[in-house]
Every structure is written in C-alpha cells, then in structure tokens.
Design a binder for this molecule. Structure first.
Ligand SMILES: *[C@@H]1O[C@H](CO)[C@@H](O)[C@H](O)[C@H]1NC(C)=O
Ligand SMILES: *[C@@H]1O[C@H](CO)[C@@H](O)[C@H](O)[C@H]1NC(C)=O
Length: 811
C-alpha cells in the first residue's frame, strides 16, 4: 500500500481545525486482514486518542471493505476487493471513506485506490462455433467470428486473437471506428472435402497481463461436398480368364471404381461402353456391383480373348473407364476327328510286310495337351505308324492269309492328352483278296476202288474229291486223268475222269482174267493263274466174276479120232484108270473145281474123285464087262451160279491092243453128235431154199412190174426213168449174197457169249446164234430191230458179222 498524505486548507480550516487528507493504494484481491496502511501514524494521532476518540470508519451507504484496528492504529482489508466488480472499466478505482474521532470530533477523509491485477482471462461468450462451408467456396470468403471479453483493464485487458491452424483460414480484425473491433475468418486456401471433410480450428484471445491469460473458442468447420471428383477404377486394365464352355452367369471379374465425392456425387453406375464385334453379347455388367458376368458361350476354338471397355459414372455425370481383357482358357471339349484317307479297303493276301493299307488323318480342335493325339489299333496283324504330325499310316505287320482270315475289322482309337482325355474311334473293314496260293488237296493220299468185271462201259466207279482253300476261280478244281499206260495201252482207254465232278468212269468192260488191277494218277488243278495242282494215285482192283466155265485139258477132245484108256481085265479094285484134268481161268471159289460122273456105260464099275478127277475102278473087272466103256464126267466150279463142262472119257476094258482096235474101228460116231449134225444140215438147207425161192419170187415180180411200166410209158410218150429199189441190184440174180449186213449185237453179262441178232430187210424173224461150244440156236419172235425200219441206214453198234462167212460155214 502506498500512502499519500496531503494537507488541505479548506474552509473547515477556517473553523479552526485542520483536516488532513490520507490516500492509500492497494491491489485488488488482497486477502482479509491484509494491512492497508498505518493510519495513526499517518495522521499523527496517538493510539490513546484513537481509543478515546472512538475512532471509526464511516462509509455512508457503501459497503465497508476496510476496517480500522484501533489498537494498532492500522487499516486492514475487511473483505476481499474485486476491482472489476467495484469499478468495472472505470479508472482509477478508489474507495472513499472518513475516519471519524469523537471528542473532539475529528474527521479525516481517507482514499484507498484499488489497483488492477490481471485476474481475468479473455472470455468468449460461446465456447464453440460450427460452420458448414462448401468445398467449392471461393478464396476470400469471410466468416464472422465473435469477440472475446476481458474485464481487466489496461494492459491486463484484451490484447489480440490468434487462429490455429491457419492452413485454410486467416484472421482479420476490423476496427469499427468506435473502438470496437470485429473478428473475421477469411478463406485463403481452397477447401477439399475429400482431404479434410472436417476442420477444427481454435480461436485464442490473449490479454496483455503478466502472466498473460487467454481464452479460446473451438471452431468446427464441416466441408460440404461438391462433385469435383470423377469415378476412378482401381485398375486401369483388368485381366481375367474363363474356361471355355463356362455356364452363362459365371462371374468373370468384379471391377471397382471409387469416387472421392460424397453422397450422390459418389454413387457409381457401371456400364459396358463398347466391345469388339466378337465380344458383343458375350458379357454383361451389374451396374451396381460391377460384377462382369458371362452372357454367351465362350469357345476357345472361336475366340481366344475378349476386350471390353467399362465405364463408371457418378450421379453428377462424371465418368471413368477401364479396359477388361478376358482370356478364354482351352478345355478339352473336342474329340479327335479321325479321317480315313483312302477309299479302297481291299488288300491282296500276298501283300508284302509293311504294305501301307491306308493313311489316317487325325485332327483335334483343342490346343496344347488337349490337342495332342495318340492313336492305336486293336489288331496286331497291322500296325499304325506316325508319319508326320497328325498323319498315320496303317500298314501290315505280318503275313496275311485270306484262308485264315478273309476280313479284318481294324478299330483305330485316338485319344488326346487332356484331363480327362477324350477319344474317338473308327472301324475300318479290310477285305483280303484271294491269291492262288493253295493247291487243291485230295481228301485221301491215295484211293483204292473195286469194280466187278464185266461191268457196263460208262459205269461210274467212284469219285475222287479235292478241296482248294482258295476262293472262287482259284478254288475251282478240275480233275484230269494223267497219261500213263496200262499193259501198253493208254490208261484213257480204261477209265475217264469227269473234269468237274471227279467221277471216274470205266471206259470199257474189264476182264478179271486179263487184268486184275491197275493204277493211274488223277491230277486236280485249280482255276487260278497260274494254276496249282496236285495228284493222287488211284488203284482200281477188278473183282472176279464166275464168267468162265472150267476147261478140260485132259483127256483131249478130238473131232474124229477116238482116244481110249486101257483097263486090263486083271485090274484090281481102285485101279487108276485116268485123271481128268481141268482148269478154270477164274479165281478163288470160281476156280474151285469138282468132278462128278454124269453118265456111264456101267455106273457100278467106275468112280471119279470129287476133288482130283481121278477115275478109278470100284469093283473087280469081269469078263462080262464090255470092252467099250463110255464115261461122261462133269466138271463144275464153285462159283455162284456155277459153271460146268463135260468130258467124255472112253475106256477100253481089254487085255490087248488088237482087241481094242477091233472093237473101236466100227465104233460108231457119237450118235448124239450125228443126230445134232443131221438136224443142223436139214435146217440150213431149208433156210437156204426158202431164201432162194423168195429171191426168185421178188425178181420175177420186179421184171413183171418193169414190163408193165415200160408199156405205160410207151403209150404216154413220157421219158422213161428206170426205178431201182434201194439195196437191190442185178447181182442178186447170181444168187450170191455179197452185201455185208450189219447187225446190232446185244452183249450179255457173259462177254464170251455174244448173242447176236440179225435179220434181213422186212424180216420179223431173227436168228440168234450162240457160237459157244454148246451151240444152241433159238428163234426169237417180236424183237424189234432197227432193221425193221426199211429206210433207215443200218447202224454199227458193237460188232460186225458178215453174212456170207456165216453162210459158207453152214452150207
Ligand atoms: C466286322 O464287322 C462287321 C460289321 O459289324 C461284321 O459283320 C463282321 O462279322 C466283322 N468281321 C470280323 C472278322 O469280325
Ligand atoms: C505228283 O505228285 C507228287 C507229289 O505228291 C510229285 O512229286 C509229282 O511230281 C507229281 N506228278 C505229276 C505228274 O505232277
């Protein structure tokens, strides 16, 4: 506190007392009891006086902030003084009061000046303030702020403002002339909502006190959006890939664009702006999500990639774009395609090893592994060789044989290397054409056949058969009789072979007695070119038939002379008279001969050995027995039917040759023989006579006929044409038959016994002559010979007979 003491000579001084004026100065906000000043001392008063004078402070109505301590004579702070409350802006600020004393009444004015201390900070009415400013606000835009208040005065009062941060705004203080000022915030750098959507600034007001005090206000700025940003894609080029044949709706890729703006300014719509032709209709885009989906069918074999331009637009009409490149990935969706290149599907069976049958071309539309193809076949007769990329040749890998397999179904299977692999196959039917590589083969290595003798010519004996494994013409077998000779005669005069059927025919009738067997070769030849052949031996065995009667060798039968065996009268029983010897050219049973006595002068005298033909006596010869004994022995063979021969054995029972001779000289000729001969002669005579008379009659008739004709012609003057009946000539008049007539001969089963039919022209009667030893002659009626036809020429069938010879024999 400070004391200023001044003495005033006022009008009161004239009232005889002196009034002293005391001033003190204390800062505000002094605590209670703080000393303001020693009033007693300053007024020069004694403490006692103060007490006695009941010194006190008089303030009138005003509040008393100061109190007087009489004991110490000092003024003290009674209540804390706030200058701002007491004086506001008024200055100086002082308390005026009087210290009064009684007895004597004294009055001392005291002034206490209250000095300001910086006890108040500047203060804003609102602690915060908010603004909404468009980011498009122009620089220089002003925004009014509030002032701050500081109750302190002087230096302690408000000094100034600061605004922080000052990036976008600066502070402008305007003096308004009346001493007041307003505070403005001015935009000095553009706002960008996209950078800073909210700004927080602090406005600080400072005073000049010591220490300095400040007051602050928060300023919130919300930056309002303007459509100042175009959508931007996250990538300028998107790359995606899809498998071919992916289903419609497959999401290829999702494109994303961002827009830094806010609200509708950042609402993005996607669209496809353009596509190349082949991509048209292939993709679509979800306008909100940006999902690009497949709309068509992607085929790697048609298009390997697509380019699509995509646009993003915000609601404010700004756009951004990007490019989408979609690669199509190959899938193994194509099977290998097999082409057989040659049209011919026939190969000859003699084709050499590695002959190319056909070329095969394989295509696979897929690429890489999916298009890499391998082929194989199911057959090991053939092989498949890769000649070049995509080409194979199918060739033979072993010998072909049409006779083993005439056809092959070759299946070519091709598969690619895709996963999973696709394959396809083609079956090629290959025909093997025939080559004449097989000779005919006879069913047997040799043949043996039997034929009974006296067969009819042309009889089929049996059949040889050969087979040929080849085909068609190459398997057409012909049979050929190979030339050889049998007993010096070509075999072809014995047998013939039917070329087509292999049937062997007998050409002639065989005679077992001449030939028992023979063999020949038959060749079988096929129709190939050149032909192949093989041959086989055929043996023909002729079987015997009982066609020969036994022939008696002894005793010899002579025409005229008589041979007789001599038996002495003294001969004993069992005396061997003679032995009949006979042979039979047949064989086996057919040649097994037995002998029997057929007739005898005296049956009781002789017997014939059944087996050996020995004639023996069976009783003692007696004198009564005639000299001439005649035995007829029959020799039979054992054939079926059996054949026989008879022999006459003359036996003379005599002791001496003259006796025999006398008996045998008038030995009558065989009576039976003579009888027969007589009969034949008579018959022959009759026939000849008949023929002669017939000829005479014919000749006379012809003569008469001619005579009559000549007479008719003479009368008619027509030329005379003599008529000669066929086969008749004048020579007939001689009575000699000179013409040779032919006759048909019918053979019987017995080759030796040929019954010949013959007859004259117009004759119904046929003479049958048996030239064999039995010599019978028969008349057979009704046989119709070809000679019955008067105009047909006579035919030769098998044998010739000359009539004159026959004639002469009998005449
Ligand atoms: C080949 O195929 C054909 C037709 O499928 C069939 O008729 C024939 O028998 C087959 N051939 C072989 C040798 O398998
Ligand atoms: C008959 O065949 C044999 C082999 O079977 C052969 O050696 C012979 O030469 C053939 N003969 C003829 C005349 O072909």
């Amino acid at each position: 506190s400070s004391l200023s003491l001044s003495w005033h000579n006022t009008e009161a001084q004239s009232q005889t007392y002196v009034i002293a004026q005391v001033s003190y100065s204390v800062p505000e906000e002094m605590p209670k009891g703080s000393l303001v000043g020693n009033i007693a001392q300053d007024l020069g008063l004694d403490i006692k006086r103060l007490k006695s004078g009941k010194a006190r402070i008089y303030t009138g109505d005003s509040a008393q902030y100061i109190e007087l301590n009489r004991d110490r004579g000092v003024l003290l702070i009674k209540e804390k003084i706030d200058r701002e409350a007491l004086c506001r802006q008024t200055t100086p600020c002082a308390l005026h009061f009087q210290v009064t004393l009684e007895s004597p009444l004294e009055l001392f004015p005291v002034t206490v000046e209250i000095t300001d201390i910086n006890d108040n900070a500047p203060i804003f009415q609102k602690e915060e303030r908010t603004f909404e400013i468009s980011e498009s606000a122009v620089i220089g835009s002003k925004f009014m702020l509030e002032r701050a208040n500081d109750p302190d005065i002087g230096l302690n009062g408000l000094r100034g403002y600061t605004l922080k941060p000052s990036d976008n705004f600066m502070l402008k203080i305007n003096n308004q002339g009346d001493g007041s000022e307003n505070v403005e915030m001015v935009l000095n750098a553009p706002l960008d909502r996209e950078k800073n959507a909210e700004l927080a600034l602090i406005l600080t007001a400072v005073d000049g006190g010591e220490p300095q005090m400040t007051g602050t206000m928060q300023i919130h700025i919300t930056v309002l959006d303007a459509n100042d940003n175009a959508p931007v894609f996250t990538q300028s080029v998107y790359k995606a890939s899809i498998k071919e044949n992916s289903p419609v709706g497959t999401v290829v890729v999702t494109v994303t664009a961002t827009d830094a703006d806010h609200g509708s300014n950042s609402r993005i719509t996607y669209s496809i702006s353009n596509m190349l032709d082949h991509a048209r209709g292939m993709f679509e885009i979800n306008k909100e999500s940006g999902d690009v989906t497949l709309k068509g069918k992607a085929d790697y074999e048609k298009a390997r990639n697509f380019q699509v331009n995509i646009r993003a637009s915000d609601d404010g009409g700004l756009t951004g774009s990007c490019k989408l490149i979609v690669d199509v990935l190959d899938m193994n969706d194509n099977r290998p395609d097999i082409h057989i290149m040659s049209k011919s599907n026939v190969i000859s069976e003699d084709a050499k090893l590695n002959t190319v049958v056909t070329m095969i071309n394989v295509e696979d539309a897929d690429s890489a592994e999916n298009g890499k193809v391998h082929c194989a076949i199911n057959d090991n007769i053939f092989m498949l060789q890769s000649t070049s990329d995509k080409f194979y040749s199918l060739m033979t890998d072993s010998e072909l044989d049409r006779e083993r397999a005439s056809e092959y179904n070759i299946t070519v299977t091709c598969s690619d290397e895709g996963v999973p692999s696709l394959s396809s196959s083609v079956t090629l039917t290959l025909q093997i054409s025939d080559v004449n590589d097989n000779a005919p083969v006879f069913e047997r290595s040799s043949y043996e056949a039997y034929i009974v003798e006296n067969n009819t010519p042309g009889l089929s004996i049996f059949t040889v058969k050969a087979r040929d494994a080849d085909w068609n013409q190459n398997a057409r077998v012909s049979y050929i009789l190979e030339d050889s000779s049998v007993n010096g005669v070509p075999v072809s005069s014995y047998v013939s072979v039917s070329a087509d059927s292999g049937v062997i025919h007998a050409v002639r009738s065989f005679d077992y007695e001449q030939i028992k067997d023979f063999h020949f070769r038959v060749k079988a030849q096929d129709g190939g070119s050149p032909p192949l052949s093989s041959n086989v031996t055929v043996k023909i065995l002729i079987q015997d038939q009982n066609d020969n009667p036994p022939q008696v060798l002894y005793p010899v039968q002579t025409g005229g002379s008589v041979v007789a065996e001599m038996v002495p009268r003294s001969a004993d029983v069992g005396y061997l008279v003679t032995k009949v010897v006979a042979v039979d050219v047949d064989s086996g049973q057919n040649a097994w001969l037995s002998y029997k006595l057929q007739k005898a002068t005296d049956r009781a005298l002789f017997e014939v050995g059944l087996q050996n033909g020995e004639i023996r006596t069976i009783r003692q010869v007696t004198d009564k027995d005639t000299v001439k004994q005649r035995l007829t022995v029959i020799v039979e063979d054992n054939g079926q039917p059996s054949r026989s021969a008879t022999v006459i054995v003359n036996v003379a029972v005599a002791d001496s040759f003259p006796e025999v001779l006398s008996e045998f000289t008038d030995f009558p000729h065989d009576k039976e023989y003579n009888d027969n001969l007589t009969f034949y002669l008579v018959l022959a005579l009759a026939v000849v006579s008949f023929l002669f008379i017939t000829c005479l009659v014919v000749i006379i008739s012809v003569k008469i006929y001619r005579w009559r004709q000549s007479r008719i012609l003479y009368h008619s003057n027509l030329p005379v044409i003599p008529y000669y009946p066929p086969r008749y000539s004048d020579t007939l008049g001689t009575g000699t038959l000179q013409h040779v007539y032919n006759y048909e001969v019918c053979r019987t089963t017995d080759s030796r016994k040929s019954d010949c039919k013959f007859g004259g022209a117009g004759s119904q009667n046929v003479l049958i002559m048996d030239p064999s030893s039995t010599g019978t002659m028969q008349r057979i009626q009704g046989e119709k010979s070809i000679l019955d036809e008067p105009d047909s020429p006579l035919e030769v069938r098998n044998c010739w007979f000359s009539f004159p010879r026959f004639n002469s024999q009998f005449l």
